[in-house]
Design a protein around this ligand. Structure first.
Ligand code: AMP
Ligand code: GLY
Length: 422
């Protein structure tokens, strides 16, 4: 089978690395990919949001399946595009259609979905310029801190958590006035939930599903979870507090009602569901849905998966995931992300990365890298994820940090406290 994987981050390198191990795979193409994905497949310089170019590629290369890494092509309707084109309609897409992708593409849609299907989540009100006064009144009924979320995709920047009511009122108006462009033409105000977060990943064909190992990521740039939000600075799997009793609650109250809710709402869904959870006094509540895998969570979840990922994708496409059991490694996996100096603010690209061959006892997943004249250069804010295994997270972290010190590029930064709160 020939597979086209869309995306270019550490998540895509991890997915490509895993798919490349399958005996079911003939050729793997990654568009656009990075210097790491070119070690396990063929990179194609193509924008995943350019659907016409994708169609040409699918026909030219005889692609049998498209796996979508990031959310944007899904929210823009790549699945609907493929399904509605007679020449490629038979090529399965791993990822939901435009309607299903609204679980990530619209916070209001996601909240209404949870509300409709009794899935535990924070209380909320969706506000637009027409009910601003209602929004301001709702804020007054809440206790600090105040959570404001741009309804649409805002490159991970659309959530504000504010300590002061007056500031929350000002920001609400600024958001509706276009602070995040169209994405904040609606704003979801949420009750603040206090607890510890984790991520749960489900692969579903719309009926059957498998639950992948859970993970915890570290989003803030600074140690002790301080400073600006990033795409993610590191991750750990498994998550010690997510014991059997907790995961049973997650399954019964969240995973099952989510898959059944999609059915009740007539939303066919073949792809990943990433459930961002918070444990409030041991009770799981949903913070958000994403319609893809997480990054850097994929860099710890996928290495723990023993089952054949291409086989699971095939079953997803065929609708017989129900017949599949997944197996995963009991060991802990950790990943530490090396980022460019200045990230998540301005940073420079094109720095030479050294020490790649010296990394030992772990996996090196490229994120923002590019190959030029035989050298690997930095090409993004998040550059490389260093994954390692151990009998527990602390053992795994020793190996991840060792490689984080071995690899080098000008301006390299990484958090030295991944897993500190577990
Ligand atoms: P989201 O984009 O919805 O995942 O929000 C980004 C981050 O904001 C989450 O990972 C949480 O750390 C935080 N957050 C979002 N919603 C809430 C909430 N209702 N209560 C507390 N923290 C939240
Ligand atoms: N690591 C969080 C995300 O992928 O959205």
């Amino acid at each position: 089978m020939n597979i086209l994987l869309l995306g270019s981050g550490g998540r895509e390198h991890a997915l490509a690395w895993k798919m490349a191990q399958s005996s079911k795979l003939s050729k793997l193409y990654i568009a656009p990919g990075n210097a790491g994905t070119s070690q396990v497949g063929t990179n194609i310089n193509l924008n995943p949001n350019d659907f016409d170019a994708l169609k040409k590629l699918v026909l030219e290369k005889g692609i049998d399946m498209i796996v979508v890494g990031p959310e944007e092509p899904l929210v823009r309707g790549i699945k609907d595009f493929v399904l509605n084109d007679a020449e490629i309609a038979n090529v399965p897409v791993i990822g939901p259609n435009k309607k299903g992708a609204q679980l990530e593409g619209s916070k209001e849609f996601a909240k209404e979905f949870m509300h409709r299907h009794n899935i535990p989540t924070a209380g909320y009100l969706s506000v637009n310029p027409d009910n601003l006064n209602e929004g301001l009144a709702f804020l007054k009924t809440l206790k600090a801190p105040y959570v404001l979320k741009a309804d649409g995709l805002a490159a991970g920047k659309g959530v504000l958590i504010l300590d002061d009511l007056a500031e929350a009122e000002t920001e609400l108006k600024a958001m509706l006035d276009g602070k995040f462009g169209d994405a904040s033409s609606k704003v979801v105000i949420e009750e603040f939930l206090d607890g510890i977060e984790l991520s749960v990943f489900v692969l579903t064909d719309g009926h059957g599903y498998v639950v992948l190992p859970e993970a915890k990521d570290y989003k803030r740039i600074g140690e002790g979870d301080t400073g600006l939000n990033t795409g993610g600075m590191g991750a750990v799997s498994p998550v010690p507090f997510a014991n059997e009793a907790f995961m049973k609650k997650v399954h019964d109250r969240i995973v099952l009602p989510t898959v059944e809710g999609l059915q009740k709402d007539d939303i066919p869904y073949k792809g990943f569901i990433f459930i961002g959870l918070i444990s409030v006094d041991g009770e799981p509540m949903v913070i958000e849905y994403n319609v893809r895998m997480g990054d850097p969570e994929t860099e710890v979840v996928i290495p723990r998966l023993k089952s054949d990922l291409v086989d699971l994708f095939e079953a997803t496409a065929a609708g017989n995931l129900r017949t599949k059991q997944i197996e995963f490694e009991e060991q802990s996996a950790t990943t530490v992300m090396l980022v460019s100096g200045g990230y998540p603010g301005d940073y420079e690209k094109g720095k030479v990365i050294t020490g790649l061959d010296a990394a030992k006892d772990g996996l090196v997943f490229h994120a923002g890298t590019i190959e030029k004249d035989g050298k690997v250069l930095t090409n993004g804010g998040r550059v490389i994820a260093l994954t390692a295994f151990g009998n527990n997270k602390d053992e795994a972290l020793i190996a991840s940090f060792k490689n984080a010190n071995t690899l080098n590029f000008e301006g390299k930064y990484f958090r030295k406290d991944i897993g500190f709160d577990l």
